[in-house]
Design a protein around this ligand. Structure first.
Ligand code: AMP
Length: 214
């Protein structure tokens, strides 16, 4: 099994969805920097308050802030069997900081999975996306609707739209992805770590990833 993974792709490309698929099957710990930041906002910490405005505008939070969160999470016990980094690194500087942290922790990166999806599909997905407030399950009004509108199939929790999934902010997040995260993909391609999946059906993608990683 490939243990230590990065999932990279534009917002809405499926990183969170396939992280959930894999963590249900193998002992990966799932580290989503977006989720960690949203949790800081929810708990109204100083970090959360300083990140909230940037996130709402679709801009990146400073590299050092996210790097520190990732480092402390990676050192925890449940990440020793393998990890999926979802949405990190998003800049080449973050990738370099991650290299240093992995060396420090005696870990090696096994694969970087790139999810490639056309822009028009991404915007459709993002603006129709809903998440459960309670368990985090992801739905989509167009592609994966919940059985009852506004209610999570899995736990009965309330579904909500992320504030940064509005059309205007979603477009901005795509722009930030192309400007700042594309070079990260090249960084890992040059290291021979990249595995690319292009838009296919959900189950086909899951099978491709399993074949490559398990
Ligand atoms: P996500 O849930 O991954 O789409 O992230 C939501 C937002 O959190 C992003 O638009 C950024 O504002 C912030 N964020 C998440 N991960 C990072 C990261 N690695 N570097 C900087 N900002 C991040």
């Amino acid at each position: 099994m490939k243990k230590n993974l990065i999932f990279v792709g534009a917002p809405g490309a499926g990183k969170g969805t396939f992280s959930a698929v894999l963590t249900a099957e193998k002992p990966y710990c799932h580290i989503s920097t977006g989720d960690l930041l949203r949790d800081e906002i929810k708990r109204d910490t100083q970090l959360g308050r300083s990140a909230a405005g940037l996130m709402k505008a679709g801009k990146l939070v400073p590299d050092e802030v996210v790097a520190a969160m990732v480092e402390s999470r990676l050192a925890q016990k449940d990440c020793q069997e393998g990890f999926i980094l979802d949405g990190y690194p998003r800049t080449v500087h973050q990738a370099e900081l991650l290299d240093a942290v992995l060396t420090k922790l005696g870990k090696e990166l096994d694969r970087v999975v790139l999810f490639q999806v056309p822009d028009e599909v991404l915007l459709q997905r993002l603006t129709a996306r809903e998440s459960c407030r309670k368990c985090g399950e992801i739905f989509n009004k167009l592609f994966k609707p919940s059985k009852t509108a506004g209610v999570c199939d899995k736990c009965g929790g309330e579904l909500f739209q992320r504030p940064d999934d509005s059309l205007e902010t979603a477009k901005n997040r795509l722009k930030v992805f192309y400007e700042q995260t594309l070079p990260v993909i090249e960084y890992y391609r040059a290291k021979g770590k990249l595995f690319t999946v292009t838009a296919l059906e959900r189950e086909q993608i899951a099978d491709l990833i399993r074949k490559e990683l398990y």
